[in-house]
Design a protein around this ligand. Structure first.
Ligand SMILES: O=C(O)c1cc(=O)[nH]c(=O)n1[C@@H]1O[C@H](COP(=O)(O)O)[C@@H](O)[C@H]1O
Length: 232
């Protein structure tokens, strides 16, 4: 079955760069993510174009606002035909419930995912905000996300095994901060290799710069797929 685990973020500033990348890969090889940079510059039209090429699109706009605003935003995202959409779990239970309820009546319902703690953050960053260390804060937010009826969370792969135990097998674990051995860490804090992330229970691996900035992105994607036992 074609069920790629790798989600490649199209972290480009221009639509033509995103479309050029999409032309080199297939929906069997990877899923694609449109985030804040590309969406702000290229807009919903580009998302629809990528959907029409058959890709599963993760619209990563990390909505975080009052319940009514977020509910309307996720509904607008669903109309674009995306496969996955996310909100910040720190928006709270009422916000996440409103988002879930807004999607419920739709025939095409994207997966609704709560971002727990950004993978760029460590315990010190969280302490400055008055929050607990990742090992405590992430499970707390994951549990809240599950209680609100969302489909899963964004977390780091370092928390995947505990969340798998806590939230069950159907709860989707989407893990950025993936770094194949030897690749640059960049601004990520809580990192793991693709193989270790899958072993820890990640459902989807968001892997950006190690692929998009490699000399041969498609070859790198193939290597990563192979390393996690996915033939594509
Ligand atoms: O929601 C996300 O996708 C996300 C959440 C998070 O906690 N950390 C995180 O890095 N991301 C996204 O995942 C991607 C990671 O990219 P690389 O660091 O280049 O692999 C970026 O597009 C981030 O916006």
């Amino acid at each position: 079955m074609n069920d790629p685990k790798v989600i490649v973020p199209l972290d480009f500033s221009e639509a033509h760069e995103a479309l050029a990348f999409a032309s080199k890969v297939t929906p069997q090889l990877c899923r694609l993510k449109v985030g804040k940079e590309l969406f702000t510059s290229a807009g919903p039209q580009l998302v629809e174009q990528l959907v029409s090429r058959g890709f599963d699109i993760f619209l990563d706009l990390k909505f975080h606002d009052i319940p009514n605003t977020v509910a309307q935003a996720v509904r607008a995202a669903a109309k674009l035909g995306v496969w996955m959409v996310n909100v910040h779990a720190l928006g709270g239970r009422k916000m996440m419930v409103a988002a879930r309820e807004a999607l419920e009546p739709l025939t095409h319902r994207p997966l609704l995912i709560g971002v727990t703690v950004l993978t760029s953050m460590d315990g010190l960053d969280l302490a400055e905000l008055g929050l607990a260390e990742p090992a405590i804060q992430v499970p707390l937010l994951a549990q809240l996300t599950k209680e609100a009826g969302c489909d899963g969370v964004v977390c780091s792969a370092q928390e995947a095994s505990i969340l798998r135990q806590l939230c069950g097998t159907d709860f989707k674990l989407v893990t950025p901060g993936i770094r194949p051995a030897g690749s640059e860490q960049g601004d990520q804090s809580r990192i793991m290799t693709p193989e270790a992330a899958v072993a820890a229970g990640s459902d989807y691996l968001v892997i950006g710069r190690p692929i998009t900035r490699s000399a041969d992105p498609v070859a790198t994607l193939h290597q990563i797929n192979q390393s996690i036992g996915y033939a594509g």
